[in-house]
Design a protein around this ligand. Structure first.
Ligand SMILES: [Zn+2]
Length: 61
């Protein structure tokens, strides 16, 4: 299982939604995710996570 987790983007300037394994602490793009200190509202998604997640879904059929 995977879940969305908010975190900073690559430059560290904007919050985006990353994808991580249910029990993982690192996003699919390799970013270490800390537990969110506060609720984040963003419409952006991490492109690297989206690409990796797409591949995982494809592999599972
Ligand atoms: Zn990411």
């Amino acid at each position: 299982m995977y879940e969305m987790c908010p975190g900073l983007d690559e430059p560290g300037t904007t919050f985006v939604w990353h994808v991580k394994a249910k029990n993982g602490t690192v996003a699919l793009c390799g970013l270490p995710l800390m537990s969110a200190a506060k609720p984040v509202e963003t419409d952006r998604h991490c492109p690297s996570c989206m690409t990796s997640f797409g591949r995982l879904v494809d592999q599972r059929g």
